[in-house]
Structure formats: C-alpha cells, structure tokens
Design a protein around this ligand. Structure first.
Ligand SMILES: C[S@@+](CC[C@H](N)C(=O)[O-])C[C@H]1O[C@@H](n2cnc3c(N)ncnc32)[C@H](O)[C@@H]1O
Length: 302
C-alpha cells in the first residue's frame, strides 16, 4: 500500500523491482496526472512503489517501458481511461466492518438521536460514505441505523461512492470473508447469511444501501446527490493534497443539511482547511456539524 502523503515510504526500501524502471521525470508526470485527476498526492518516496504497481500494468498492455506508458497516459481520450486504471492500482482500499469503534459508538448513541430529531418532519434520512471502498463502511452504518430502531418506517438511504469500479463491484455484491470481520461485534453475525463464497449482508440491510461510481473532485456529480444528513469520509483525505481537501470539504458543506454531521477518520481534521463547520464534542470522539438553528445537545445535557 502507498503511504499517506504526510508519511514516509517505509515499504519502499523493502522491495527490489525487477521490472521496467520509472525515471524521476516519468514519476513526476504520473504524480501530477494522478493528483489533478483525483486529488491523491504521491510522495516522492513512493516512486519505487509506483514503479512496482504500474510495472505489472505495462506488462498487461505489452509496453516496453514507462516512457511508452507516459505517452499513453498523455493521449486525449484513451489516456483518461488509462489514468482511471492507474489510479485503481495506486489507491489504498483497506477497510473493514465496524472500523474505528469509538466513533461508530458515538454515532449510534449521540448522532443518530439528533438526526432523528433533525429529520423528524420529513421522515427520511440520507447518510453518505464518501470513498467507501468495498462497502463495509456503508453496511456498518446501515446496520447501526437498523439496530437503533429510531428510524422504523422512515425512508432511509445509505449511499457509498468510490473512484474504483473494482471495489464497487465487491460493495454491490455484499459478500465478505475473513479480515473484513476482524473488528465486528459478535452480535452482528445475525445480519449476515452464510453462502459458499462468504457471508452475505442480509437483504433488509442491503435494501437501504446504494453505490455509485464517481470522483470526489467532481463537484457537478456530487451536486446531483441532493441533501445528505450525515457524511462519513474516513481515511480518504489523508492521501489528498490541500487543494483537493478544500474542494472536497466545500462540497460536503454544500451537500449537508443544516445541523447535519461530518465524520472524518481519526487522523484527519478540518484544521487549516475550513472554519465553516462547528465542532460537536461526542463521548470519545469529535465530529463536525453544519451550523443550524437547532443547537447540538451533548449527551447527558438536557
Ligand atoms: C482507505 S479507503 C477508505 C475506506 C473507508 N472509508 C474506511 O475508512 O474504511 C479509501 C478509498 O477512497 C477512494 N478514493 C480515493 N480518492 C478518491 C476520489 N477522488 N474519489 C472517490 N474515491 C476516492 C479509494 O479508491 C479507496 O477505495
């Protein structure tokens, strides 16, 4: 996996690449194209990791070296399709059910009751998992909502998007095994049905979940989502440059219902990116909230 842009490239020293060599200039071209396309900033230290990951792609395309690959990436039309493919090979898709437990518990115990109040008149709730990878986060949120019992009879939609078609295929299938379950509470097994290929999310939960393929930098596409009441964007922005982070945060602000929540990964924050949100202090976690007339009521204060 490539390291987040703030980190080093520890894996880099561990591998010797026997395939085609990626020259510094070629790396810079790929880095700039990837950054412009999807916001992901490849650190200089990741050059060898990029060389190894894309080296296999060169083989598949019958190309001799990275100079030919860069030429392909630079072509109008065909280049864009290949760039999508390259990004798919370079992104980190790590995810699992019930990831970052304290945050999810705070969502269940403190955010959901507030959302029930916020959305009571229309009896509909929309939650967006931005950069959902193979879907475990989307199903986790749907299970939490279903188990809360707060939204029975409501129109509930949990929506996930990703830039990778490959991971979305897994997400839509909803069948998981082994490491996806490494942090899942024992009692949640009831939400899965055993199949020969793994465990399938039960249909009651699946019917709440929807997936879409789009780039988080595509503001026009994001506008089509309509209003959302809570956004989870976890372990996505750590790979982005600042400009892409700002653009994404602006999109989140536009999409959120006033009073709606933004939940980031534990190593991510809005520091130096936006002052438009207010802080919601949850037990054991911190969330962001789009300001509204309805004040945020911390747990226990009534
Ligand atoms: C590490 S996974 C995080 C999955 C999940 N949110 C979690 O925390 O478990 C990051 C995902 O973000 C996706 N991603 C990265 N840049 C993106 C972009 N510009 N648009 C949409 N998805 C993107 C990647 O394809 C990857 O699947």
């Amino acid at each position: 996996m490539l390291s987040p842009n703030s980190g080093g490239g520890t894996e880099v020293a561990l591998f010797f690449n026997a395939g085609p060599r990626l020259e510094a200039e070629e790396f810079r071209l790929i880095r700039d194209l990837v950054h412009g396309f999807c916001g992901i900033r490849l650190a200089d230290e990741s050059r060898l990791a990029v060389e190894r990951r894309l080296g296999e792609r060169l083989d598949g395309l019958g190309l001799q070296n990275f100079a030919e690959y860069c030429e392909l990436l630079s072509q109008t039309g065909r280049g864009q399709g290949e760039l999508e493919h390259a990004v798919d090979l370079l992104t980190t898709n790590e995810t699992y059910f019930f990831r970052e437990r304290p945050q999810l518990q705070a969502f269940e115990n403190e955010v959901l009751p507030q959302l029930r109040e916020l959305c009571a008149l229309r009896r509909s709730l929309t939650v967006w998992s931005a950069g959902c990878s193979t879907g475990e986060e989307v199903y986790t949120l749907a299970i939490l909502i279903a188990r809360s019992g707060l939204f029975a009879g409501w129109d509930v939609r949990v929506f996930g998007n990703d830039i990778s078609r490959r991971v979305l295929k897994t997400a839509r299938r909803g069948v998981y095994r082994g490491s996806s379950f490494r942090a899942m509470p024992e009692g949640w097994k009831a939400h899965f049905i055993k199949t020969p290929d793994g465990y399938m999310v039960e249909s009651k939960v699946r019917s709440m979940c929807h997936f879409g393929h789009f780039n988080l930098l595509d503001r026009g596409r994001i506008a089509l989502l309509g209003r959302v009441d809570a956004i989870f964007c976890r372990n996505v922005m750590i790979y982005f440059g600042d400009e892409a982070r700002r653009s994404l945060i602006d999109s989140f602000y536009d999409r959120l219902t006033p009073g709606g929540f933004l939940m980031l990964g534990h190593s991510e924050s809005l520091l130096h990116l936006s002052t438009a949100f207010e802080l919601a202090h949850l037990t054991g976690d911190l969330a962001y909230r789009k300001p509204s007339q309805l004040p945020f009521v911390p747990r226990g204060a009534s």
